[in-house]
Write a protein that binds this ligand. Structure first.
Ligand code: XBP
Ligand code: MG
Length: 236
């Protein structure tokens, strides 16, 4: 029997990458006087690596072979990432990033149906809390009994660890749950943890390999239309 829904955040609950995270990374790079600038197309390539710190590391190694890494490069990356998180949460505070279509309704219906809810994401806890509070509802953090985020597990998606950790916290087997994802790295993580997964695609991910998905949809549906998921065929 279905007991819980586990949600990815970036790309699934909200389109955060192109106009959110990417812009915040660039603001941090400028703040630190770096000539790094991630345009929309390049950022699509960089999304191959999840986690902001890991993504910066990947960028210098694969796209900036001219850049000479200082001895304390890991510290610089950590500092840049803190600045990026500050820029990003400021954007969220201004209400700049709405939830994706159908997300609010799905969460309301899930709560009304008594389903337990959790978050499993590679982004930082601060980012999740700010998004939920400013773009969903003031008390939305309380809707989720577990917020599994960021460096809580060392191996980020596509490793299944973040989902495994969330399931352990909830003391639930994967068979009792459903995951919601938007990307190939995401579904590799959720499927790796044994979770049935529903995918909603976006501009950065519609070409990804979603084999193993229960369904691949463009979004979670129009407000006012019939409930898409809760009364659908998620059982089984
Ligand atoms: C999200 C990510 C994150 C964000 C940036 O992946 O890859 O790295 O882009 O977040 P997923 P941080 O949706 O699969 O969890 O900079 O906070 O790491
Ligand atoms: Mg995602």
């Amino acid at each position: 029997e279905l007991q819980a829904l586990l949600f990815d955040v970036d790309g699934t609950l909200a389109d955060t990458e192109r106009d959110g995270h990417r812009v915040a990374f660039n603001a941090a790079f400028r703040e630190y006087g770096l000539d790094w600038d991630w345009d929309v197309a390049l950022y699509g390539k960089l999304l191959a690596v999840t986690g902001g710190k890991e993504r910066m590391q990947y960028y210098v190694e694969h796209f900036r072979t001219d850049y000479v890494q200082p001895a304390d490069f890991a510290d610089l990356v950590a500092e840049l990432h803190r600045a990026k998180t500050r820029h990003y949460t400021e954007m969220l505070g201004l209400g700049e990033i709405p939830m994706r279509r159908g997300v609010k309704r799905l969460l309301h219906e899930a709560r009304a149906a008594g389903l337990r809810l959790a978050i499993a994401t590679t982004t930082t806890p601060e980012n999740v809390t700010a998004l939920l509070r400013h773009s969903l509802a003031e008390d939305a953090c309380d809707w989720f009994e577990v917020i599994a985020a960021g460096d809580i597990v060392p191996a980020k998606k596509p490793a299944p660890d973040i989902y495994v950790w969330a399931l352990q916290q909830m003391k639930l087997p994967p068979e009792a749950c459903f995951a919601f994802e938007d990307s190939e790295n995401g579904i590799r993580a959720s499927r790796g943890a044994g979770l049935k997964t529903l995918v909603t695609t976006n501009d950065y991910t519609h070409g990804h390999d979603f084999s193993g998905a229960t369904a691949v949809l463009s979004d979670m549906g129009e407000p006012g239309s019939a409930p898409l998921v809760i009364q659908g065929s998620l059982h089984g």
